[in-house]
Design a protein around this ligand. Structure first.
Ligand code: GTP
Ligand code: MG
Ligand code: ZN
Length: 295
C-alpha cells in the first residue's frame, strides 16, 4: 500500500506521540529521530508534513518553518496571547504578566489582557495599568457570563494561547465559551493544598472557523533566563506604550531606569504610563542586564 504525504497541524505532543489535525481529521503520528535531531522539539502549533498510513496513524517526515515559538508554554505559530488576570484569588503578579507581554511583543504575537472573576472584585486597577498599552482589555466573569462573547470574537480564526497564573480561571473561561470541551477546573484552596496545577499539559483545541485555542497550565514563576534572547538594551521597545515618550529623554543612551530627565519617568508622573509598568520594566531591565553580562 502506498502512503500519501499531507500537511497537518500539531495539536499536542506527548511522550513521542503527536496528535495532528488535517482537513478536520485527527491523526496520531510518530516522528523520525532525524527531524528531532535537526529541528529539536516539535510543538503544539507546528505545521508538519506527515505520511498518512490510512488508518488514523502516520509518520512525521518534515517540519515547516515557524513564524514564532514560545518556550513556556511550548506552542509555535501563535497569533494571539491572551493573558488572564484575576483581580484577586489569586492576586495579580504584575511582573509575570508584563514579562509575558514582553515575550509576545518580541515574537510579534498580538497580546490581550483578559480580566477574569470580575464578579468578586473591582477591576478598575488592572484596567488603569494597561489602558495606555495597545493590548485589548476584556473584563469577564465566567460565573456571570460577562464578556465571554467578546473573548470568543477576539479568538476567532486565530491560533490562541490562554496563559496566566494557576487558579485565575483559564479553563473555566474556555468551558463557558466552548462547553463541549469540558476542561477540568479546580478549586483554588485545593490547588494550594496540592501545590499543583489542574491543567497539566498544553494542547490546542480545534474549534470553528479555523480557531485553535490552547489552555495552558498556570505558572507559578516565569523564568527570565529562558528568554535571554531579549537584551536589556532593546527592552524598552517591547513596552509599546513607552515609544512615543523616549524622544523626551535627555540622553541618547538613556536606560529609562533612574535618569532624572527621562521621557518615560516624565510620562509616569503625568499619568501617561502606569507606574506599575515602569516598575516591571526596571526590574526586568536589571535581570536581563545580569544575564547579558554572562553571555
Ligand atoms: N467567582 C468566580 N470564580 C471563578 C470564575 N472563573 C473561575 N472561577 C473559579 O476559580 C477556580 C480556578 O479555576 P480554573 O479554571 O481551574 O483555573 P485555571 O486558570 O485553569 O487554573 P490552572 O489550570 O491550575 O492553571 C475554580 O474554583 C473556578 O470555579 C469567575 O468568573 N468567578
Ligand atoms: Mg486550567
Ligand atoms: Zn529615558
Amino acid at each position: 500500500m502506498s502512503t500519501i504525504e499531507k500537511i497537518g497541524l500539531v495539536l499536542s505532543a506527548q511522550n513521542g506521540i503527536y496528535n495532528l489535525e488535517c482537513d478536520g481529521e485527527n491523526y496520531f503520528c510518530r516522528c523520525g529521530t532525524k527531524i528531532r535531531k535537526t529541528d529539536g522539539r516539535i510543538l503544539a502549533g507546528d505545521k508538519v508534513v506527515f505520511r498518512d498510513n490510512g488508518d488514523g496513524n502516520g509518520f512525521i517526515v518534515d517540519l515547516m518553518p515557524r513564524k514564532n515559538t514560545l518556550i513556556r508554554p511550548p506552542v509555535a505559530n501563535i497569533d494571539l496571547l491572551a493573558i488572564v488576570v484575576a483581580p484577586k484569588d489569586p492576586a495579580p503578579y504584575l511582573y509575570n504578566i508584563d514579562l509575558l507581554s514582553v515575550i509576545a511583543e518580541k515574537n510579534n504575537i498580538q497580546c490581550a489582557i483578559v480580566i477574569s472573576k470580575s464578579d468578586i472584585e473591582d477591576c478598575s486597577d488592572i484596567k488603569r495599568i494597561y489602558k495606555n498599552t495597545p493590548f485589548k482589555i476584556i473584563e469577564t466573569s465566567s460565573k456571570m457570563g460577562i464578556g465571554t462573547e467578546e473573548v470568543k470574537s477576539l479568538l476567532n480564526s486565530k491560533v490562541c494561547v490562554l496563559c496566566g497564573a494557576s487558579g485565575v480561571g483559564k479553563s473555566t473561561l474556555i468551558n463557558s465559551i466552548y462547553p463541549h470541551l469540558k476542561l477540568e477546573t479546580g478549586d483554588l484552596s485545593e490547588k494550594i493544598k496540592r501545590g499543583k496545577n489542574t491543567t497539566r499539559v498544553t494542547r490546542l483545541f480545534a474549534l470553528e472557523n479555523g480557531t485553535y485555542l490552547a489552555d495552558t497550565p498556570g505558572f507559578t514563576a516565569v523564568n527570565t533566563e529562558l528568554y535571554c534572547t531579549i537584551t536589556h538594551k532593546e527592552l524598552y521597545t517591547l513596552f509599546p506604550e513607552f515609544a512615543e515618550h523616549t524622544c523626551r529623554c535627555r540622553y541618547l543612551d538613556c536606560t529609562h531606569t533612574k535618569e532624572q530627565e527621562c521621557g518615560i519617568a516624565m510620562a509616569v508622573k503625568e499619568g501617561k504610563i502606569a507606574a506599575e509598568r515602569h516598575e516591571s520594566y526596571k526590574k526586568l531591565y536589571l535581570e536581563l542586564k545580569n544575564i547579558d553580562r554572562y553571555k
